[in-house]
Design a binder for this molecule. Structure first.
Ligand code: URA
Length: 213
């Protein structure tokens, strides 16, 4: 399926290095989320990565460490990537929203889903990351990543398993967010959904193998 949303590079500074981009993201005040977060969490990986993963937003651990997907969801992701034959070192891992949205429950910071406005305001940074890294393929992990990437609200179940083509020619895949797997109680269900997640990553692994061959 061919997607229409174009990269918008007009609204972000004309930055070409990931270091400068991380600094600009950290100074961003385009939505209120910067106020309660420790820092922005920029994408991580090589500028020459052929594959990009787009999650939702940093969680508690990511907000504290400044690195994406280092908490519980990151551990599931790492295991699934390894099983699909994708070395994390070959991937640029980022999020649709760069600041941790949360609410306080006692002393705990509980994740809150970013809304459409926050996703839209943050999209300039994802677009700039795409322009710098120029991946051959992008995998959206969950509805927020998919919304930012495709510029529309999507049902994951309808799009997973398909190869999408972004307006600039990049291949895109949509799958579930690994944190969803952590919330499944039944072991058999959890294993089945994990296997489906790994299966969703395999087409991206094939793109990667072609690019590095
Ligand atoms: N969930 C995300 O979407 N991104 C992270 O970086 C961590 C958890």
């Amino acid at each position: 399926m061919r997607e229409k949303t174009q990269l918008n590079l007009e609204l972000s500074p004309k930055i070409t290095s990931l270091q400068e981009l991380a600094k600009a993201e950290n100074e961003c005040t385009r939505c209120p989320l910067y106020k309660d977060a420790t820092r922005a969490v920029p994408g991580e990986g090589r500028k020459s990565a052929h594959l990009m993963l787009v999650g939702e937003q940093p969680g508690d651990k990511e907000d504290l460490s400044g690195k994406p997907f280092v908490g519980p969801a990151g551990r599931v992701l790492d295991r699934a990537l390894a099983e699909a034959g994708i070395p994390r070192t070959e991937v640029f891992v980022t999020n649709a929203v760069k600041h941790f949205k949360h609410e306080m429950r006692g002393k705990r910071r509980l994740h809150k889903r970013p809304n459409a406005y926050e996703i839209e305001r943050c999209k300039i940074w994802l677009d700039r990351e795409r322009a710098i890294v120029k991946p051959a393929a992008i995998v959206a992990l969950g509805a927020t990543g998919a919304r930012s990437l495709l510029g529309r609200s999507v049902t994951i179940g309808k799009l997973r398993g398909q190869t999408l083509h972004l307006a600039d020619g990049t291949a895109a895949f949509v799958t579930i967010h690994p944190s969803w797997l952590l919330r499944i109680d039944d072991d058999a269900d959890k294993q089945r959904e994990y296997d489906n997640f790994v299966a969703d990553l395999r087409p991206a692994a094939r793109v990667l193998r072609k690019e590095v061959a």
